[in-house]
Design a binder for this molecule. Structure first.
Ligand SMILES: [Zn+2]
Length: 325
C-alpha cells in the first residue's frame, strides 16, 4: 500500500530541555494510525449493493423506512423490530443538486460531479433520502440537469466493492425506453462516453460577436508567441479542441507551446465543446474564466478530459497580461 503524505507540516526546529537538564533540538513530524472498521449494522445494506440490490429497513410499528438501512431497531418506537424491504430502482430527486467543481482532498480527480438526495421509498409515510452520486449521459453535469423533482433511475457500477459509490442515479429521461424497467441496470449498459452535442441554431445576432472573437483569438495567438509565461502554460500540451457557437465555429490547436486558431471545426479533434454565445470566449480573453462558464452552464463539455484542459486555457489571458501589458 502506498500512502500519500497528507500533512504539510512546517519544516522547523525548536529547542526543548530534556529530563537530564540538557538542551535538545526537536523537529515536526507526524504519526498515522491505520485501522479497519466494520460497517456494523450498515453491513447488510452494503452486502446488498454488492449483489446489485437496494434495501431499506422498515419499522413494523410506525412504518418509517430507512435508506441506507442504518439500523434494524427503530429509534422512534422503543427499538421495535425493523424488517428488510426491497426498494425500487427508481426515485425522485429531493433537492436540486449542487455541482462540485473544486472537491475536497478525497475526491480530487473525480470533479466535476453531482451529489444529491434521492427519495426512493416514495410510498412510505416517512422515509429518509438516500445521499448518492448523480450522473448524466449528456456530458459534464450542467445547471438544469439535476433539478428537484426529476425522476431518476438507479444504476449499479459494473465492479462493486461494497461502497456507496457502487451506485449512482441517472435522469430517467436519458434511459432508453427498453431499459427503464430493468432491475438491476448496470453502468456498462449505458453510454457515458459519447454524449450528443447539444443542438444550437445558427443565430444572426451572434455573428458580430463571432467576427470580433476570431480577431481577438488571432491577436491572442500572436501574444502567446511573445509571452514566456503563456508558453510555459502550454508546455507539453497537445490537443485540438473544436468549438461550436451560435455565431460560427473554430478550432483551437495547441502544440509546440503555441496556440493556433482556425475557423470551422477541424476534421480531427480530441473533442468538441459548445457555447451558444461566442461572448463566453470574449469574456475569457478579457481575463474571465472558461471554468466559470461551465459552472454557470454557458459552456458545454463532453467529458472530464475536456474539463481538465480548462485551467491551462484559463491561465493564458493572465500570463499574457503579466508579460505584455
Ligand atoms: Zn418505528
Amino acid at each position: 500500500m502506498v500512502l500519500k503524505p497528507e500533512f504539510n507540516l512546517p519544516k522547523e526546529t525548536s529547542e526543548v530541555t530534556g529530563k537530564d537538564g540538557k538542551q535538545y533540538l526537536q523537529f515536526n513530524t507526524s504519526m498515522a494510525t491505520l485501522y479497519k472498521q466494520t460497517y456494523g449494522e450498515h453491513s447488510r445494506f452494503f452486502f446488498a449493493l454488492k449483489e446489485a440490490r437496494l434495501i431499506g429497513s422498515k419499522c413494523t410499528k410506525c412504518g418509517q423506512v430507512m435508506v441506507p438501512a442504518a439500523t434494524w431497531k427503530c429509534p422512534m418506537c422503543g427499538f421495535a423490530e425493523m424488517k428488510e424491504v426491497t426498494l425500487p430502482h427508481r426515485g425522485i430527486l429531493a433537492q436540486t443538486a449542487p455541482i462540485t467543481i473544486f472537491p475536497s482532498q478525497s475526491f480530487i480527480g473525480q470533479a466535476p460531479f453531482c451529489r444529491g438526495y434521492v427519495d426512493v421509498a416514495t410510498d412510505a409515510k416517512v422515509a429518509s433520502f438516500l445521499p448518492s452520486r448523480l450522473k448524466t449521459t449528456t456530458g459534464i453535469p450542467r445547471p438544469g440537469v439535476f433539478v428537484k423533482g426529476i425522476e431518476l433511475k438507479l444504476v449499479f457500477a459494473d465492479e462493486r466493492v461494497g461502497s456507496i459509490l457502487d451506485i449512482f442515479w441517472v435522469p430517467m429521461s436519458e434511459i432508453p425506453a427498453k431499459l427503464r424497467k430493468k432491475e438491476p441496470l448496470f453502468e456498462r449498459e449505458l453510454d457515458f462516453e459519447s454524449p450528443k452535442l447539444p443542438k444550437i441554431k445558427a443565430n444572426k445576432e451572434f455573428k458580430p460577436a463571432y467576427t470580433s472573437l476570431m480577431q481577438l483569438l488571432k491577436e491572442m495567438s500572436a501574444n502567446v508567441a511573445r509571452s514566456k509565461r503563456s508558453q510555459q502554460n502550454l508546455a507539453g500540451k497537445k490537443y485540438r479542441v473544436g468549438v461550436k457557437t451560435g455565431g460560427g465555429d473554430f478550432t483551437f490547436i495547441i502544440e509546440k507551446n503555441k496556440m493556433g486558431v482556425v475557423a470551422g471545426v477541424a476534421k480531427k479533434t480530441d473533442f468538441i465543446i459548445v457555447a451558444e454565445d461566442p461572448n463566453v470566449f470574449i469574456k475569457w480573453i478579457n481575463d474571465g474564466s472558461l471554468t466559470d462558464a461551465v459552472v454557470e452552464g454557458n459552456l458545454w463539455l463532453p467529458s472530464r478530459e475536456a474539463f481538465i484542459i480548462l485551467p491551462t486555457l484559463d491561465r493564458l489571458p493572465r500570463s499574457i497580461r503579466r508579460d505584455l501589458h
